[in-house]
Ligand binder design. Structure first.
Ligand SMILES: Cc1cc2nc3c(=O)[nH]c(=O)nc-3n(C[C@H](O)[C@H](O)[C@H](O)COP(=O)(O)O)c2cc1C
Length: 207
């Protein structure tokens, strides 16, 4: 059995390019892997709450001093971390919103990045605790030029951020698929989606 966790974050439930290309990736993975099991989080149709004062207090309270109120405030984080830990493969789809990721995805990140659970700190350095996983990240950009070294590379706080964050958590095996110019017209969009699907097909030849 191969456990896959898919996280979608576009606010669009129709016409979303990140979801469309994510569907292609998921279909190819399902075809390539033995007995795949997929868990899903749609952060747009089922938004997660932002962390609160109590959540943060719970994150930093030692287990022997946790109260019922703090357990309650960190229960969702526990559940989301359990879901992520259980997965061998993570599929993340994300549009660029205002040069960064959607706030819905940031809300998930704030629930799963947690000291002692997904990373540790020994007083000198950090270690990611989610080792042994592979991640596929599909990013959709309305404009183009966001690749490293491109004219708008410095304005891209989507895939550099997600790469850093996943590495920080110990997920080092990360493949990115970018679809740029999604708002540039039908012809270019079709060509860029087709190119992204081909990239996925060649990535999955070696699964
Ligand atoms: C609120 C909002 C902010 C956006 N900001 C940017 C941006 O900063 N740069 C960009 O290139 N495209 C931007 N776009 C365009 C989206 O990145 C593009 O439409 C992408 O395809 C959205 O992903 P989706 O197709 O999966 O919904 C923005 C779109 C929205 C709705």
């Amino acid at each position: 059995m191969t456990k896959i966790l898919r996280i979608d974050s576009s606010a669009r439930d129709s016409g979303s390019i990140s979801r469309l290309v994510g569907d292609h990736l998921e279909a190819r993975l399902v075809a390539a892997l033995p007995d795949p099991r997929i868990a899903r989080r749609d952060l747009a149709s089922a938004p997660l709450p932002h962390i609160s004062n109590l959540t943060i207090t719970g994150y930093y309270t030692p287990a022997d001093r946790m109260t019922a109120e703090l357990y309650n405030a960190t229960a969702l984080s526990d559940e989301l971390i359990h879901e992520l830990r259980s997965a061998e493969i993570l599929i993340l789809t994300a549009p660029m919103y205002n040069f960064s990721i959607p706030s819905a995805l940031k809300a998930w990140i704030d629930q799963i990045v947690r000291i002692g659970h997904t990373f540790s700190y020994d007083g000198a350095s950090f270690s990611g605790l989610l080792t042994g996983k592979r991640a596929y990240v599909v990013c959709a950009y309305g404009a183009s030029g966001y690749a490293a070294g491109g004219p708008f590379g410095a304005a891209n706080f989507v895939d550099p951020y997600l790469r850093f964050l996943l590495n920080f958590l110990g997920i080092e095996d990360v493949a990115f698929v970018a679809i740029e110019a999604t708002t540039a017209g039908e012809e270019m969009l079709a060509a860029n989606v087709a190119a992204a699907k081909l990239t996925i097909d060649s990535l999955l030849e070696v699964v």
